[in-house]
Write a protein that binds this ligand. Structure first.
Ligand code: SF4
Ligand code: SF4
Ligand code: SF4
Length: 325
């Protein structure tokens, strides 16, 4: 069985379960009590990419080098050695910051640390885990079997497989708290937050970030506001006239909510963020799984075994890009 056939079989099983009407629905998982995350305010971002550079340094990942020189603008897409990128929106003349028409804006892309994470839900060997306290979604390379189910299950196209490595692994932002880094455990801020010169990206508990986002959205355009650096309530900040915010906090509800949230001066879809229902994909897929495998032994083990053989059988021909997995 090659991988495409395997996915077809898995897909038909899901369809049968969905249409049978016998599914026992589970709701979205709740936000962990001490959930932490980041708030990215696109209107403050100047596209300097200091966060991209710092992310590579903290995570010991190679810089993009062209003609023997490290490139400050770095990579354009997330990859096995790039966990954080800044992308730009531009329309028409591209003259006005935060304007959807004849304007431009920036968007930071990295793992959203979903409240009810699809990558965690589908991982057959629990290599992807969500910390019950902080809600940080981390990846354990020692447990990972390389099935790349997490790649397919992420609505934000975040986990990336190291195709260039002989023993490739999945890579994604772990909020700078994985073994050997552990900035959050040490009371430090994530690397990308520490270097952000404008406070476009700040760290904190999800709750305080949500309250901060709501305060900003309530500002009148032009009203002075003290924007903190690094954390809500930080003694460092700068006063700036508020922009005309779009009245939407991306991640408050999308896909069951995320711990990395975004506010902006235009619709999130213009910045490449997906339109997602409030119900998480994980809650839907687990409902389907429980319907198919209810009463059977060790469904996760069975899935892991199937994935192992699917992976092995397609190893020789598996040269396609991550998006096709
Ligand atoms: S954004 Fe993707 S990789 Fe990150 S927690 Fe959500 S599903 Fe997992
Ligand atoms: S939290 Fe750490 S790993 Fe994640 S984007 Fe920021 S610097 Fe990179
Ligand atoms: S460091 Fe801050 S201002 Fe600079 S690109 Fe990153 S988020 Fe934007």
């Amino acid at each position: 069985m090659n991988r495409r056939d395997f996915l077809k079989v898995a897909g038909s099983g899901a369809l049968i379960a969905t249409t049978s009407g016998a599914a026992e629905a589970r709701g979205n998982l709740p936000v962990p009590d001490n959930a932490v995350g980041m708030l990215y305010d696109s209107t403050l971002c100047i596209g300097c990419r200091a966060c991209v550079y710092k992310c590579k340094e903290v995570n010991d990942m190679p810089n993009v080098v062209r003609d023997g020189e490290v490139q400050w603008d770095q990579a354009e897409e997330l990859s096995g050695d790039t966990l954080n990128i800044i992308k730009a929106y531009k329309q028409g003349t591209g003259e006005t910051k935060n304007s959807a028409v004849d304007g431009f804006a920036f968007i930071k892309r990295n793992c959203m640390h979903c409240v009810d994470a699809g990558c965690v839900s589908v991982c057959p060997v629990s290599a992807m885990q969500k910390d019950p306290e902080t809600g940080i979604v981390s990846h354990n390379p020692d447990a990972c079997i390389g099935c790349r189910y997490c790649v397919a299950a992420c609505p934000y196209n975040v986990p990336k497989y190291e195709y260039d490595e002989a023993f490739g692994q999945i890579q994604k932002c772990q909020l700078c708290n994985q073994k050997g880094v552990e900035r959050i455990n040490k009371g430090l801020n994530p690397g990308c937050v520490e270097v952000c010169p404008t406070g476009a990206n700040i760290f904190g508990t999800r709750e305080e970030l949500l309250q901060e986002a709501k305060r900003r959205l309530a500002l009148k355009p032009g009203e002075d506001y003290t924007y903190p650096l690094e954390r809500v309530g930080s003694t460092y900040g700068h006063v700036k006239a508020a922009p005309d915010y779009t009245q939407h906090i991306f991640g408050e509800h999308e896909g069951g909510g995320t711990q990395v949230m975004v506010i902006a001066g235009m619709e999130h879809t213009k910045l490449g963020l997906p339109d997602l229902p409030e119900r998480s994909y994980a809650s839907v897929s687990e409902t389907v799984q429980h319907t198919i495998y209810g009463g059977m032994l060790a469904p996760a083990g069975l899935l892991a075994g199937l994935l192992y053989f699917a992976r092995r059988s397609c190893k020789e021909t598996d040269k396609e890009g991550e998006d096709e997995v």
